[in-house]
Design a protein around this ligand. Structure first.
Ligand SMILES: [Zn+2]
Length: 274
């Protein structure tokens, strides 16, 4: 399963203390392209990393020379840091070596991840960034915003909250979980919710994402944390992946349907379509 917002946040949190202040001195790659051709990393050489932040599912590495490295982990991308530079291993596609000889390795078995470089002051106009909706954990994402944004939207509410132009980073798992907690049927037409339901949904989207960040990212089988240790497997979902198992609130079997090509899980009793 691909890393979602909480996993990316966890990676940022893991990388930040280890990389901020360091300067890239050299780069090697496997010779294989990722989803797009790799950028020319040499424009970043010898300039300290000043910050690492997350925007949607992008890692943004800001450099003192006014450049930003954007990185998306795709389906199977993983970072880890080695103390010393070593020969590039299988499925490792980029190795960035720093001034203290430590090295940031990027491994990606399926190679759907990608990286790019952009002037920091032009970031908001970058083609990967400019169409992104609000960040779910910021105050800009609130009940009124969601209601206004979905005013004319006739798709299902589940597809609407998974639309990155509405709000970023609400992936399939977290959409199902937040709709369950809000007691909203995933099929419900997006512009037909009551004010209270928009508010509840926003509030539970924030809660489920925050809980997952707290847990260090969710049950991602092939996800490795930024420090190279295996990801967390303990995070449990209330509906996601629980088809035919009893609802944790009412004991009715959880149903699975396909919406917009994605598996969707809900309780027909707790999330009535009325
Ligand atoms: Zn139920």
């Amino acid at each position: 399963m691909m890393p979602e917002l909480p996993e990316v946040e966890t990676v940022v949190t893991g990388l930040k203390p280890q990389l901020v202040g360091k300067r890239i001195v050299s780069v090697r790659n496997s010779g294989k392209n990722l989803r797009y051709p790799l950028p020319d990393f040499s424009v970043l050489f010898d300039s300290p990393i000043t910050a690492i932040i997350r925007r949607a599912k992008y890692l943004l590495f800001h450099f003192k020379n006014g450049q930003t490295l954007l990185w998306h982990l795709g389906m199977t991308g993983q970072f880890h840091i080695l103390d010393k530079d070593e020969i590039i291993a299988k499925h490792e596609h980029v190795a960035l070596t720093f001034n203290d000889s430590s090295t940031l390795r990027y491994r990606d078995t399926r190679r759907f991840g990608y990286a790019g470089i952009c002037a920091t002051d032009k970031l908001e106009q970058h083609v990967w960034i400019k169409k992104l909706g609000v960040e779910p954990l910021l105050d800009d994402f609130n009940g009124k915003y969601l209601k206004d944004k979905l005013n004319t939207r006739k798709t299902s509410i589940k597809q609407a909250i998974m639309d990155n132009a509405v709000v970023v980073g609400v992936g399939n798992i977290y959409a199902s979980e937040s709709l369950f907690r809000s007691q909203i049927n995933p099929v419900k037409v997006a512009n037909s919710l009551k004010n209270k339901q928009y508010q509840a949904l926003v509030s539970y989207i924030k809660t489920v994402l925050e809980e997952a960040i707290e847990a260090g990212g969710s049950t991602i089988s092939d996800f490795v944390k930024a420090d190279g240790k295996p990801g967390y497997f303990a995070h449990s979902f209330k509906v996601y992946g629980r088809a035919n198992q009893p609802c944790l609130s009412c004991t009715k079997p959880i149903e699975k349907i396909v919406l917009g090509g994605r598996a969707s899980f809900f309780c027909p009793q707790c999330q009535k379509l009325k």
